[in-house]
Design a binder for this molecule. Structure first.
Ligand code: ATP
Length: 246
């Protein structure tokens, strides 16, 4: 890993790039994952690389859904494993949800490497290496799932998801929570709850929100995802106005 001085104005962003390059070198992340990250970075720039109020509201609702779920499952791809393995494992323990490796550019070697990486970070149950069911209506490798995992889950947390798989999971009657920096992506628009934030920041917030709700208890209040995505765009526009850019 390159040494980046902590005082560098783009320190957090550059460290994420380093983690992804390490992910590629370790055989965890796909090269295409770098391109997907670039799309995310562009949106993070527009957000000001911080968590918006709308993302906090989505996180509150997502936490209450996860805590109320009968069978929550967390889907993990190569970018999530490289960027936020520690956080995703901690969340899985907190809500008692298994992790399931599910990748678009699937090779068995990469699935095993991601599984090992998650185990190294303390994961106890990692599914995805022996898929025995398919999500109806999906042609590519991400259709392959575990019957006792994503296939039968009632709530799926799927950060950095594909739009078509998100739609297919919703069509199966599941609630889908996604984390996606792009408020315009198909995934963002189809999910039950979209947290528009960087995956590492979002997972850290989700962990602290779940902990707080476990203590205080919280009912699932009113939440409208389309309305919340509108708020995201308004917050972006307001920030640009405040900076006198528009
Ligand atoms: P869709 O099919 O939903 O329209 P897409 O084709 O734009 O998605 P993919 O390539 O499937 O996107 O996945 C990348 C998505 O993940 C992008 O929407 C991007 O904004 C988002 N993304 C990339 N890096 C991060 C990150 N670090 N945190 C959160 N979201 C990210």
């Amino acid at each position: 890993m390159h040494k980046i001085p902590a005082t560098h104005p783009r320190y957090a962003s550059l460290m994420k790039r380093e983690k992804l390059v390490e992910g590629i070198e370790a055989g965890i992340t796909s090269k295409q994952g770098l391109i997907a990250h670039g799309r995310g970075e562009a949106f993070d720039y527009l957000l000001g690389e911080r968590t918006l109020d709308s993302a906090r509201r989505a996180t509150e609702f997502a936490a209450s859904l996860l805590l109320a779920a009968k069978k929550p499952v967390i889907s993990v791809n190569g970018n999530v494993a490289a960027l936020a393995a520690k956080e995703i494992v901690e969340l899985s323990e907190l809500i008692n949800a298994p992790l399931e490796v599910n990748i678009f550019y699937r090779t068995e070697d990469r699935v095993m490497k991601i599984k090992k990486h998650l185990k190294k970070h303390g994961a106890r149950k990692v599914l995805g290496d022996k898929p025995d069911a398919r999500i109806p209506g999906i042609e590519h490798a991400r259709a392959m799932v575990d019957r006792g995992g994503i296939y039968s889950a009632d709530v799926v947390l799927a950060p950095l998801e594909d739009g078509d798989r998100c739609e297919a999971l919703i069509a199966m009657g599941k609630k889908v929570i996604t984390i996606d920096l792009n408020p315009l992506s198909r995934t963002a628009r189809h999910a039950s709850v979209t947290i528009v934030d960087d995956v590492e920041r979002a997972l850290k917030n989700l962990i602290s929100t779940v902990k707080a709700q476990k203590q205080k208890g919280k009912k699932e209040g009113d939440y409208n995802n389309k309305e919340n995505l509108r708020e995201v765009i308004k917050e972006i526009v307001n920030r640009l106005k405040e900076k006198d850019l528009i």
